[in-house]
Design a protein around this ligand. Structure first.
Ligand SMILES: NC(=O)c1ccc[n+]([C@@H]2O[C@H](COP(=O)([O-])OP(=O)(O)OC[C@H]3O[C@@H](n4cnc5c(N)ncnc54)[C@H](O)[C@@H]3O)[C@@H](O)[C@H]2O)c1
Length: 365
């Protein structure tokens, strides 16, 4: 198979969909890899490293989309890429369709085969989301701590306090992969942490291994309302698979938080779990609304590409190799985890939550 790897063009996105060692493995399996010049450089991989393992370097994104039977990338295609996508071309990347009708319609129109990293599912877990959620979760606390500083527009409070001075109260909404990592880092920095989740089994698991400065509670509107007035940092990390994130904090509820406290909405890539959240970029990561600092960067792991590219490709590569070796239909028939990644095929939506999100027709596969 001819595999194309474009350079990401989304704002401040520095990851790349394939490492030189992944490319080498594909080439050893008799595939051809075409990579856009400089695609890996910000993740620490030079053009020469790709060339040395047998990749063909191409200078433009147009050439990559023109030649690739499968495009392996990181973020969803954005508007300038829509017209480059060809009918029947396999796109293996993150899409997060439920948060964008425009993207969903563009991919339906393209008649491409869209296999979304974020919905590949093994025993109820999302293995291609896990490493990025781990990065985003750990980063969320770092960012929250930074934006609580006065020169960064925050209230001017040190997350862990000092002996004799109280630390910050951190509220984590959703104790899944990202929320757990966020809570662990916050606890390690000395904050008082509360994790809320609606999954009792998960709450019990968390309780087993979290340190003493982490409290795990069942999530309800009443509990959130009671905690907010004394919370300086809220991290939103809920997920309802493939669907829009539930809005757990309304604008009205937000008003009860201390002035210049911080919210970090990790779930913004699924629409966000705060009513007041709007997507931001690494260039302009925050905005103030009702005197609360909002951080809602949709591609947080893009800020640490050295870590993120390795973490991501460790997880995606075996699936990319299976698709290349067998073709998408056989690969999906043989592996139901990968089949769950199918979101749009030849213009039809085949993933129920995406069809539900926009009241569009679902094709049963
Ligand atoms: N912004 C970014 O750059 C970035 C990067 C990676 C992941 N994400 C996003 O982070 C979010 C979390 O991902 P994850 O891998 O941790 O998911 P996960 O499935 O591991 O965890 C989600 C948790 O939310 C809980 N939950 C669901 N509804 C809830 C509710 N109403 N109240 C409280 N808890 C609730 C679930 O029980 C689960 O434990 C996703 O939206 C994902 O797309 C964003």
């Amino acid at each position: 198979m001819k595999i194309g790897v474009p350079k990401e063009i989304k704002s401040q996105e520095s990851r790349v969909g394939l490492t030189p060692s992944g490319a080498e493995m594909l080439i050893r399996n008799n595939h051809q890899v075409f990579i856009q010049s400089q695609a890996g450089v910000e993740s620490g991989y030079t053009d020469n490293e790709y060339k040395d393992v047998g990749c063909t370097l191409l200078s433009s994104i147009e050439e990559i989309y023109e030649i690739g039977e499968m495009i392996v990338k990181v973020k969803e295609p954005i508007e300038p890429e829509y017209s480059l996508i060809q009918e029947g071309q396999i796109l293996f990347t993150y899409f997060h369709f439920a948060s964008s009708l425009e993207l969903t319609k563009a991919m339906m129109k393209s008649k491409a085969i869209c296999i979304a990293y974020e919905t590949v599912e093994v025993d109820g877990t999302l293995p291609l989301l896990i490493p990025m959620s781990e990065v985003a979760g750990r980063m969320a606390t770092q960012q929250g701590a930074k934006y609580l500083e006065k020169p960064q527009k925050g209230m001017g409070i040190l997350i862990g306090g000092i002996p004799g001075v109280a630390p910050v109260n951190v509220l984590v909404l959703g104790g899944g992969v990202a929320g757990t990592e966020a809570a662990k880092v916050a606890a390690g920095m000395g904050a008082n942490v509360t994790i809320l989740d609606t999954n009792l089994k998960r709450i019990r698991q968390l309780k087993e291994f979290m340190p003493a400065n982490v409290t795990c509670l069942y999530s309800s509107k009443t509990t959130i309302e009671s905690l907010l007035p004394n919370t300086q940092l809220v991290i939103g990390s809920v997920l309802v698979k493939g669907a829009k994130a539930p809005k757990l904090i309304s604008k009205e509820m937000l008003a009860s938080m201390p002035k210049y406290s911080v919210i970090v909405d990790i779930a913004i890539d699924q629409g966000g779990c705060f009513e007041s959240s709007k997507p931001t970029t690494h260039q302009n990561p925050i905005y103030l609304e009702d005197d609360i600092v909002h951080y809602a960067v949709t591609n947080m792991p893009g800020a640490v590409p050295f870590t993120s590219t390795q973490g991501l490709t460790n997880a995606t590569f075996p699936y990319a190799l299976a698709i290349a070796n067998k073709g998408w239909e056989k690969a999906c028939q043989d592996d139901l985890a990968l089949k769950k990644g199918l979101n749009i095929i030849n213009g039809d939506i085949v993933y129920p939550e995406v069809a539900d999100a926009f009241s569009l027709k679902l094709k049963n596969i």
